[in-house]
Write a protein that binds this ligand. Structure first.
Ligand code: PRX
Length: 657
């Protein structure tokens, strides 16, 4: 970029709260795949050549590409002319290499039932289900909707689609019938794969019943394939609905993988944003698989022979697509896959799983970590977590204290933490440490990965070398979204029009004097207090820094004198009492940590915060509560009762100064 560089960004004001540094431990470094800067150096010299080498090293291609990247901004194609089959890369080649008996998934259901699935088992089942789909008329280029709990049939169905060149569209099992119907209709899917139900917090939650309601409004669906999971009663429509267990064992396990174009649509995944119509994010095959395999291997320092890797997300989100299914399988990893919630039957379920499977790499979200902080250290302390060697975080900015807690109480002080920034749209991790090479700082995602070009810019789009602003991406990357399904204009407008020539998907970011990136959350959440633009994460992190606080969310509520006043919603660690005095103490604490501008005007104590089903705090609803408005759209809210409770407490909370 030749633009003039702004020295100190003021688009978002920032506070340097954190100066702890954690270099990679020596013993970790000795064994790690990357301990120096060679990957960065190579990518800096020629980023396209770098990605081409990764594509050639990490994947098997049936035909070579003639062009690495075709960039007709904002539309990219990668490895043009190349052909491969994604499911072959995830399965057949490992079996052919003699790794058929290797465990792909240690699967555990919430009730405690388990299945051990090898690469050979998975290939067998994927071929059978691919043949079932073929018999149901699914062809290359068709769409298949998948609405399943976290059971092995979910990756099987995805890989069977990939084998045939049909695109899957997975809808998270917690979504309603309406959301499912909207997504099916947008994709015009032919087949829906679902289950009778799934297990959640000790109860059997129905899925087929919701699928029936949805399918009543989805003319494109010809067949519904139903997995029996809970055994609950379901209504099967003659001719339309078919049982998985009737079809799959009877199908042939021979289904040769056909080569697909590198740009063959692999999947659609709908992201809702907060209010607007969901967008069908499009991901294709060769570039996507290259970047997820690369990041899964190097960000998690994967040693496929010895590691037991566990990404505790749901496959219904992009994290699960890229880092439970495609990345780990392309790399021949052994993963844990778990169906249920972390508090069933006890609040130590995760630690129990880690101990039993000897998990070495754990990848989870800040919302989970803060919940574990709230539950207390006695839960992990009951288990042997010494197998862990690396920890990951994704989904939201991680507060430095949550990072420290994760480091000390889960990682035993010895495991590097990779805080990975990316989005459904980016397809794969973009900003993250490489654990054997990067000195980390709690709360910072550190630097763009090799091959990735990011820049923070101010309101005018000028690069900021140090300070706060907007995170943009300046070059295409292999796993980037190829568009919004059926709406190329919306794609251009949403991501490529705010800053000329740059991709912008709505996150604030600070670059510090050492060039580290600190994600500041969604720019829609930035508060304006007496003319200062203050990011939510920094005030929340100052609150979480207090020993009694487990989690906090802050919002700006209209204020006659200051424009907006900060209202803080605070959840305490178990065993602490809420009260006015503690409220005052927390306000003082923030003031001392980051300054009087950021001091919350009001502190409201709550047992829980409103979150999306993927665990992100919904600050928009908290703003409605803080300003006494009726709630906006609550359809993406995981537990509506939480907001009502908060509203009750908000009316009782005293407002200071
Ligand atoms: O705001 C950023 C936040 O999550 C958004 C993307 O959400 P989604 O598409 O659901 O994908 C989540 C899993 C990749 C981003 O725009 N986000 C994600 N990871 C981080 C993050 N914010 C800060 N730090 C992260 N590590």
């Amino acid at each position: 970029m030749t633009d003039e560089v702004t020295r100190s960004g003021d688009a978002i004001e920032t506070y340097s709260l954190e100066d702890r540094h954690f270099p990679p431990p020596d013993d970790f470094k000795e064994r790690s795949l990357v301990a120096g800067t060679f990957l960065y150096d190579e990518a800096d010299r020629d980023f396209e050549g770098f990605w081409a080498r990764q594509a050639a090293d990490l994947l098997d291609w049936r035909e070579d590409w003639h062009t690495i990247c075709e960039w007709d901004r904002p539309f990219a194609k990668w490895f043009v002319g190349g052909k491969l089959n994604v499911s072959e890369n995830c399965l057949d080649r490992h079996v052919a290499n003699g790794d058929g008996d290797k465990v792909a998934y240690h699967w555990e259901g919430e009730p405690g039932d388990t299945r051990t699935i090898t690469y050979a088992d998975l290939l067998d089942e994927v071929c059978r289900f691919a043949n079932v789909l073929k018999d149901l008329g699914v062809e290359r280029g068709d769409r298949v909707n998948i609405y399943l709990p976290m059971i092995p049939e979910l990756p099987v169905a995805m890989l069977a689609c990939a084998r045939l060149g049909a695109a899957h569209s997975v809808v998270f099992g917690g979504f309603s019938a309406d959301s499912l119907a909207d997504r099916i209709n947008d994709a015009e899917a032919k087949v829906l794969v679902t289950a009778d139900g799934g297990h959640r917090r000790g109860a059997a939650v129905g899925l087929k019943a919701a699928a029936d309601v949805a399918v009543a409004d989805t003319p494109s669906i010809e067949h519904v394939v139903v997995v029996r999971r809970t055994g609950q009663d379901v209504h099967m429509v003659e001719g339309r609905d078919l049982w998985w267990h009737d079809l799959v064992p009877a199908a042939s396990s021979e289904c040769p993988a056909e080569p697909m174009d590198a740009e063959q649509l692999l999947y659609l995944l709908y992201t809702s944003g907060t209010t607007a119509r969901p967008k069908g994010i499009m991901h294709t095959s060769g570039g996507y698989l290259t970047q997820v395999a690369f990041t899964h291997r190097y960000v998690f320092d994967l040693h496929p022979e010895t590691d037991v890797y566990w990404c505790a997300a749901d496959i219904g989100w992009v994290t699960g697509h890229s880092y439970i299914v495609y990345g780990p399988l392309a790399n021949g990893a052994t993963s844990v896959m778990y169906e249920g919630t972390p508090d069933h039957p006890g609040k130590d379920r995760f630690w129990d799983i880690i101990e039993r499977y000897r998990v070495t790499i754990l990848y989870t979200a800040p919302t989970a970590i803060r919940t574990f902080m709230k539950w207390g250290t006695q839960e992990p302390e009951r288990h042997d977590l010494s197998s862990l060697r690396l920890l990951g975080s994704v989904g939201e900015p991680i507060n430095p204290e949550a990072w420290m807690w994760y480091h000390e109480h889960i990682g035993g002080g010895r495991c590097p933490i990779v805080d990975t920034w990316w989005q459904t749209e980016t397809g794969a991790i973009m900003i993250s440490p490489l654990p054997g090479a990067t000195t980390t700082k709690p709360g910072s995602a550190t630097f763009p990965l090799p091959g990735i070009a990011a820049e923070v810019v101010d309101d005018a789009g000028k690069p900021v070398s140090s300070g706060g602003g907007y995170l943009t991406l300046t070059r295409p990357w292999p796993a980037m979204l190829r568009g919004i399904y059926g709406d190329p204009e919306r794609y251009t407008e949403t991501y490529w029009s705010r800053f000329e020539g740059r991709y912008f998907a709505g996150d604030g970011c600070r670059v510090d004097d050492e060039g580290y990136y600190w994600l500041l959350g969604r720019v829609d959440d930035v508060m304006n207090v007496s003319g200062h633009r203050v990011s939510t994460i920094e005030v929340e992190s100052a609150l979480v820094d207090h020993t009694k606080v487990a989690e906090a969310a802050v919002v700006g509520a209209k204020d006659e004198t200051t424009g907006q006043g900060i209202v803080a919603f605070v959840t305490l660690k178990a065993g602490n009492e809420a009260g006015d005095e503690l409220g005052q103490e927390l306000r003082r604490h923030v003031s001392t940590k980051i300054g009087p501008t950021a001091r919350p005007k009001t502190v409201i104590f709550t047992d829980d915060l409103p979150k999306t089903r993927s665990g992100k705090i919904m600050r928009r609803l908290l703003r409605d509560v803080a300003e006494g408005r009726d709630l906006g759209d609550t359809t993406t809210l995981a537990d509506p009762a939480v907001v009502e409770e908060i509203r009750r407490r908000a009316t009782a909370a005293p407002t200071e100064d």
